[in-house]
Design a protein. Sequence first.
Length: 442
Amino acid sequence: MKRVYLIVGAVLALAASAGAGPAAPAPVVPPPSDLTDVERRAVALRAAEVEALDRMNTVIRESHLSQERTVGDALPFGSEADITLRAAVRVARIVGEPRRYSDGYTEVDIEIPMFSVVQWVADACAGGDRSKAALEDLKSQGQEGFLRVSGGARATEDTPPALAARLVATPTDVLPEMYPLGWHGVTAAGRVDAARTARIRAYQAMDARIRSLPLRPGHKVDDLVEASPAAKARLAMYVRSLALTGEPRLMPDRIAEVEIAADVRELIAVLKEMRDLGPADATSRTGEFERALMELKSDRLTAVGRGMPDASYLRPWRLEYTPDGTPLPDWAAKALEATGVAGLSPEVDDPAKARLLAARSAKARAVTELESVLQQVKLDDGRTVHERAAKDEAFRKDTEALLQSAKLVSTRVREDGKWEVLMRLPLVRLYEFSRTKSASAK
């Protein structure tokens, strides 16, 4: 919700400078769309997933390796190590049911096992940053063993109908290419820059893969290449001649992917040429190349390169449509908080299980308390949430979805041995959908 607060802050500043007085907020009506309801829901779900994925990468990059050094400091934006880590984070998938609101807004939660994230960060960062102790900040952000992040968005109105139809047909556990989703904040030059970097790295990856092919025990193609400058030049010329297997894939995490392929029969011929260019004692045995490449069990050798746009090509953007400029009231800028407390059950012998059950019970009680407080929040029309929900079915369902978005702030064991959980619920989303005129309220 950080972007929402920034925009709202600018609106408030402008209103104050103009001396504008309070005004009754007009109902918000989502912009028209050529998408069907099913397509709009699919696009909104994916847009929310993209937003959550972006936030997860931000959480990881902003976590501290030491007091002065973050993961982002260790992994320069767009570097190969940064891209490798982002590509690994793609395995994050939506958990639970999406929270859909009557104003077209959709929220999702995505998660990854924390042990996987810690391992990826440790592998990506060098030197002392690999220390497990240096990753305590990251691990402290886990919830029940997972790194969990939420994202929300509406269907973007510039989504091509063909893409919308493809997203409807794609299982939600698959993260597909879905341009322009994820690339709204990148200039055209930035997309070209990302694809160019990806292509360069694809050629580098293919060169490395060919060199790593085994010939006989203790020997690789790299030995053949390094035995002769002419052989090295022949391999470089061959790799540069390879064509892309298709258009660059603009993935929703702002990573461009390029794939190149080498025909195995052509590669065998090139390797034989390289053999003939080398010294006599560096030549390979007859049939050695054929045997080595037959082990690939494919008629093609492929390599993928990835690239990201330089930071100078990025510009601020939002997945949501622009608000109408109505100032945010004080109540909507706040967040509700509630605490739940639960003790260990004497009927559970396993201490670990008892602690887990106590934490869950405390969380459930905190959510119940949040619901009670939420029901008493007074809206701009003078009614409480409870009063409006009693007569507006769509609004009631929206508040139920909102309550499900409450976030766990902290968990601790009190001196009396009981578990205490603190939950928080920002009210900006309530303000947004409370201004939407639902069918049942007309």
